[in-house]
Design a protein around this ligand. Structure first.
Ligand code: PLP
Length: 419
């Protein structure tokens, strides 16, 4: 195996508990495992989150939902005690059968979707299919707008018994912004939608809103007490939907003005869950003037020892972590010490400088380093940490000018559980 991911069951469980406590009250936590659990492996993480107590899991599409359902059963979790699974991206017609056969709950908001799903329920003579209706409160992404459009949807649902309104939800566009006017506007629109549903007579079991940053950024807005109160007006239970925080990361809270300083609630206590590892497949010494990798963007100015790693951008290791003589790049952790990248990250190979970790040569070791006994020797096959303790997804994100979400989602390696 060229590279693999180890998932800390302990940390994933601890992050779930932290989120559950921070959500407060009787607010439930839907654990988002979409996008293959943000690159962590949904089949590995879903059973851990189930054992931690998650009543709901969120997946990308019906195919991923089917995989998660099978993984829960394979992990020995009684089908009757499995969490409900929300399919978070809107369905296409061919998804209907999978939704029914794997007991998945679709997110819907358009007439076409109601028609496809309703036809499948009729065809299979199934019990009414529970659905979650998304309300568009200001992202123009998924969801029906409050007002006329929502009225038409509610009328459709009242006229058909094939679909059952199990949940209503919305998604905030700026949850990491303290005292965000956009969030306040979205709250108002969601309140309007809930009032419309209440007067339609429909009674969903769940009302949900909020992601990781909503739980982290409670500040003066108090979005979670607001959500609980709103859910109770319609006799529903409230729920939040954290994703990235389960895996140990959270966006920094942005402050719009000095009177509302960021007050992160959970960020400092989250623990990264993923350790992405590879192994050394080559070791060599180079001389001053030797250049390294494509285009020779790095050249040695002293004797160096390099280690070759069988990992590259094809595995999701960002090319922006490349290092030239003028721009330092990423680093790996070897035997607990940083090994800086040198040269370009290539498709399947990356080179790191291990001069500080292993003796460059007898002569260099004697002249430059006095305590030779402190030098650990490296060997082919030694483990290397690409992401984990000492090098985080935030470090990668900073170098690649993106967010930790994109870094972890981009990791292409199989996962296994560790303690
Ligand atoms: C991805 C997603 C979430 C989780 O977001 P995080 O920022 O990872 O916590 C919650 N709700 C919806 C609708 C999403 O698409």
């Amino acid at each position: 195996m060229k590279s693999w991911v180890e998932i800390s069951e302990k940390r994933l469980t601890a992050n779930y508990q932290l989120l559950k406590n921070a959500a407060g009250g009787d607010t439930a936590v839907l654990a988002v495992v979409k996008a293959n659990a943000y690159g962590h492996g949904a089949a590995v993480c879903a059973p851990v989150l189930t054992r931690a107590g998650a009543p709901w899991l969120g997946v990308t599409d019906a195919a991923e939902g089917a995989c998660v359902r099978k993984a829960l059963t394979a992990a020995g979790i009684d089908p009757k005690k499995q969490p409900q699974i929300l399919v978070m991206s809107g369905p296409l017609p061919e998804d209907a059968d999978k939704l029914l056969s794997h007991r998945l709950t679709p997110v819907v908001w358009q007439q076409e979707q109601f028609v496809w799903l309703s036809a499948a329920v009729t065809k299979h003579n199934s019990a009414p299919l529970p659905i979650h209706l998304e309300i568009d409160t200001g992202m123009a992404r998924q969801g029906v707008a409050p007002g006329e459009d929502l009225s038409a949807v509610l009328q459709w649902l009242k006229n058909h018994t094939t679909l059952q309104l199990d949940g209503v939800f919305t998604h905030f566009a700026s949850s990491e912004v303290a005292a965000s006017p956009q969030t306040l506007l979205q709250r108002k629109r969601f309140e309007q939608a809930i009032a419309q549903i209440a007067s339609s007579g429909l009674r969903p079991t769940w009302v949900h809103a909020g992601n990781s940053s909503t739980v982290d950024n409670q500040g003066t807005e108090e979005n979670l007490p607001w959500l609980r109160t709103l859910a109770s007006t319609i006799g529903a239970r409230s729920m939040v939907r954290p994703g990235i925080a389960l895996y140990g990361y959270c966006l920094p809270i942005e402050s719009t003005n000095a009177s509302t300083p960021p007050q992160p609630e959970i960020e400092a206590s989250l623990q990264p869950v993923m350790t992405w590892k590879t192994r050394i497949i080559g070791l060599r010494d180079i001389h001053p003037g030797d250049s390294v990798g494509y285009n020779g963007i790095f050249a040695a100015d002293k004797p160096m020892r390099l280690a070759l790693l069988p990992i590259g951008y094809a595995d999701g290791l960002r090319r922006e972590l490349s290092a030239s003589n003028t721009r330092p790049g990423g680093w790996a952790m070897i035997h607990g010490k940083p090994a800086p990248f040198v040269g370009r990250v290539s498709m399947n190979l990356t080179i790191v400088d291990v001069s500080e970790i292993a003796a460059v040569s007898e002569a260099a070791a004697v002249s430059e380093i006095t305590a030779v006994s402190e030098i650990e020797d490296l060997a082919l096959g030694d483990e290397v940490v690409i992401l984990g303790d000492g090098i985080t997804a935030n470090d990668h994100a900073h170098l690649a000018n993106t967010i930790a979400y994109e870094i972890v989602c981009g990791v292409r390696a199989s996962s296994q559980l560790s303690a």
